[in-house]
Design a protein around this ligand. Structure first.
Ligand code: IMP
Length: 438
């Protein structure tokens, strides 16, 4: 049965939520495996816009089980609010959501530390979402973390909160230490009670589902270039957003994964600091931002925008073993006469073969562009790939060649139905559509 990882190929915000939503009627389970409320997956269904932060996009399909895996760090207050607002919109959540008892929780101290550490970095700040993600993963790695499974046991939670504070703040004063311990304990016990119906051993649950031959989609958050190990360190997030994270973040072994689907924007965007060789700071960047509504789902920050970078995309294909991909937001490029694509990076007169480990080198690279003709036509009404203007199809074909991976899906608008699947793709073999199911 299919066990497919959907992973962002750039710096996040590639439209993974929309692609996962498009594919959820072909599987029984959708799992988030890393990140937390720093993610903002937008899905438009029936004209209604849903901004998901913790919850897998599968939550919008009745009958599909949504799982928050052990690799996620969750903010209980914000998760409960998200659940509440989905319920208020008529989405069924209670039977369809399970949260790993091993997932770590974000404390108020983590959020404060995130803000303070950004402040302390000054000009070298990462531009985090300030949701406490980095400090929560730090606690996990330091073996001081609190897991959802700890929230229902008052004695254990009290002891763990004390141990965390003793190790982190005993010699510190200031805002991070100033959260009232008794209040945090009371709040987190209440969160534990509210989340209890959802908390489960999701490792066992997922394996039982696999044994029953059910299909699973793993929904990555952020993107390959924000991966803690493989991204543009230190301007990255604190988890493994690459496909490998799907195994550690859920307890499903690598041999069970049957394929990796990459999601790329037809151009590039980035929020926060860090190198971005194809960034367009002037009018072109502004045009892409306005047409693509490139403002953060979580923070509302304007995203930095630029051309597609095939060198970095090829790197993403490699480190994730992507064998098929989706190209999103193609309609944003409708009005451009010509569309440059970076096909190489030059550093001090030399061409670099791949993403350099040294982020400073990437900052000093000059992209070498190939300029492709634009289509200058509205494409959002296209119902099939063949209906797209030939320059648009040629753009997709050229990107496919440059990145070394088939592009099976082309998205031409935010709505669920504006996703065109190319016939005869590998994706079709991996995940036959409902009509093609045996
Ligand atoms: P953090 O994940 O909040 O620690 O932020 C680290 C970096 O990752 C910052 O540059 C953020 O803007 C970026 N980031 C985190 N989550 C997302 C996302 O979902 N989309 C795009 N960028 C993200």
């Amino acid at each position: 049965m299919p066990c497919i990882v959907v992973v962002g190929g750039q710096w996040g915000d590639e439209g993974k939520g929309k692609i996962v939503d498009h594919l959820t009627d072909r599987v029984q389970v959708v799992v988030r495996y890393q990140g937390g409320p720093n993610a903002g997956h937008t899905v438009v269904v029936g004209g209604k816009r849903f901004a998901l932060r913790h919850l897998p996009s599968g939550i919008l399909r009745p009958g599909v089980l949504s799982v928050i895996g052990n690799g996620v760090v969750l903010d209980p207050a914000s998760l409960l609010e998200e659940i509440g607002s989905l319920k208020a919109s008529g989405v069924r959540v209670d039977d369809n959501l399970r949260i790993s008892d091993r997932a770590h929780v974000i404390l108020p101290e983590h959020r404060t530390l995130d803000a303070e550490s950004e402040e302390a970095r000054g000009d070298a700040r990462i531009g985090t979402t300030q949701r406490g993600i980095g400090p929560a993963y730090e606690s996990k790695v330091a073996r001081l973390g609190i897991r959802t499974g700890d929230l229902r046991n008052a004695d254990r939670l009290r002891a763990k909160l004390e141990a965390y504070r003793a190790a982190r703040f005993v010699r510190l004063s200031g805002p991070a230490a100033a959260h009232d311990p008794a209040k945090v304990l009371e709040d987190y016990l209440a969160f534990g009670e509210a989340l209890d119906p959802y908390v489960a051993d999701t490792v066992d649950l997922l394996h039982r589902r696999l044994d029953a031959e059910e299909g699973i989609l793993f929904e990555g958050a952020q993107g390959t270039l924000l991966d803690l190990d493989h991204g543009t360190y230190p301007f990255v997030t604190s988890s493994n957003s690459t496909a490998g994270g799907a195994c550690t973040g859920t307890g499903v072994g690598p041999a069970q994964i049957t394929g990796v689907l990459g999601v790329f924007k037809a151009y590039s965007s980035r929020v926060g600091s860090g190198p971005f060789p194809t960034e367009q700071k002037e009018e072109v960047g502004d045009r892409i931002r306005e047409r693509g509504r490139e403002y953060g789902t979580v923070t509302g920050r304007p995203r930095r925008c630029g051309w597609f970078d095939a060198v970095l995309a090829r790197y993403s294909v490699r480190v994730n073993s992507m064998r098929t991909a989706a190209l999103t937001l193609c309609d944003v490029l409708d009005e451009f006469e010509s569309i440059p694509v970076a096909v190489a990076h030059e550093y001090r007169g030399e061409r670099l073969p791949t993403l350099p480990g040294d982020t400073e080198i990437l900052s000093d690279c000059r992209p070498v562009y190939e300029v492709l003709p634009g289509w200058r036509e509205v494409i959002r009404e296209a119902k099939r790939f063949e209906e797209l203007p030939h320059q648009c199809r040629a753009y997709v074909d050229r990107l496919e060649e440059l990145i070394g991976c088939e592009i099976a899906l082309v998205s031409v608008g935010p709505e669920r139905e504006r996703t065109l699947q190319r016939p005869g793709s590998r994706l079709e073999q991996w995940l036959p559509g409902p009509a093609g199911r045996a």
